[in-house]
Design a protein around this ligand. Structure first.
Ligand code: HEM
Length: 138
């Protein structure tokens, strides 16, 4: 479903940790394509206006397509949750399959988004809003 990141924008603050303070001695996430990381730093300088948003798919930002998966193969996934789909060997075969077959991707997306649509909106006691994903809220 993260394939929905094939279109749309994201605010710089959502991925700033990957390009400025990833880890000690390694400010840039090593799974990120070097040229893409530099491009992101240029578009999102430190202390950027928090309203600034950039394309989630740097190659075909206005087309809903399987370029998202081709980007992942090149280290051009914007979020950690995107790039890990390729870094993790459990999901990499799926990324490769959909990068190479746009019809298979489109069909799988229809199935997934239809299921997601049927989840429905949870209200009141029917749902649970978590401030920490790992802890059930009250
Ligand atoms: C398994 C499915 C998905 C995962 C794991 C996922 C994950 C993420 C993550 C981690 C972020 C960064 C947000 C943050 O750090 O606060 C994000 C942002 C975003 N996602 Fe997704 N997402 C998924 C599905 C979708 C879908 C279905 C859509 C649209 C229909 C979507 C649209 C967006 C947009 C527009 C942003 C940028 C928000 C902003 O910068 O303000 N995502 N997503």
């Amino acid at each position: 479903m993260a394939a929905a990141h094939s279109v749309g924008f994201s605010h710089c603050g959502k991925f700033a940790n990957r390009i400025y303070n990833f880890s000690r001695g390694n400010p840039v996430d090593p799974t990120l394509n070097r040229a893409y990381a530099t491009q992101l730093q240029q578009m999102c300088p430190r202390n950027v206006d928090p309203r600034i948003a950039i394309n989630m798919d740097p190659i075909t930002p206005n087309t809903f397509d399987n370029t998202y998966f081709k980007n992942l193969q090149q280290g051009k996934g914007l979020f950690t949750s995107d790039q890990i789909l390729y870094t993790d060997l459990k999901s990499r075969p799926t990324v490769d399959a959909w990068a190479g077959n746009s019809v298979a991707f489109q069909q799988a997306f229809i199935t997934a988004i239809t299921k997601l649509g049927r989840v429905g909106v949870k209200t009141g006691r029917g749902g649970n809003i978590r401030t920490d994903c790992g802890v059930l809220g009250r």
